[in-house]
Design a binder for this molecule. Structure first.
Ligand code: SF4
Length: 166
């Protein structure tokens, strides 16, 4: 089994990196750039990244700019409904530190709500920058084994629990 672990991990990470499915969750005006990213000109679907409607069918959240207190709750609920392994991209200056709305009373820093894998600077970031962020996340998943780490870790914990209960 030990000898199989390495190739299985590689396959899990490779397959997950080409199956990044962002959930539809528009938090602010960066959402327009996201729409262009997945439109025919850039066609980010060719990288295996395809937006889906339901959180339970997805594994990626793209935070589109500012997150208000009201939307922070929706972001948290959506993130928690997604199965592991899951990833988050913070898009725009607002997602990094408030951007235009820095220190505004109604904003929440997104990294306080969900863990963020990578950020895209700019206001708004261009669609090409979002495509680049998807590339970067794919590379990170393969190099740091982000998917197999969660997946195989979950299986071994489950196996351990079953062993203990029997
Ligand atoms: S970064 Fe700019 S475009 Fe994006 S949500 Fe903030 S203000 Fe809007």
């Amino acid at each position: 089994m030990e000898s199989l672990a390495k190739p299985i991990k590689k396959i899990v990470d490779w397959a997950t990196s080409f199956s990044l499915w962002p959930v539809h969750l528009m938090t602010a005006c960066c959402g327009c750039e996201l729409a262009v990213t997945y439109a025919p000109r850039l066609d980010t679907e060719r990288l295996g990244s395809l937006p889906f409607t339901h959180a339970r069918n997805t594994n990626t959240v793209i935070i589109e700019g500012a997150v208000t207190k009201k939307m922070a709750r929706a972001l948290k609920v959506t993130y928690e409904q997604m199965p592991h392994p899951k990833f988050v991209i913070g898009m725009g200056a607002c997602a990094i530190d408030g951007g235009l709305f820095y220190n505004s009373y109604n904003l929440v820093k997104p990294w306080k709500v969900v863990p963020i894998n990578n950020y895209i600077p700019g206001c708004p970031p261009r669609p090409e920058a979002l495509t680049q962020a998807v590339y970067a996340l794919q590379k990170e998943i393969r190099e740091k084994e982000l998917a197999s780490y969660k997946f195989l870790g979950f299986l071994s914990r489950r196996g351990k629990k079953e062993k203990e209960s029997s």
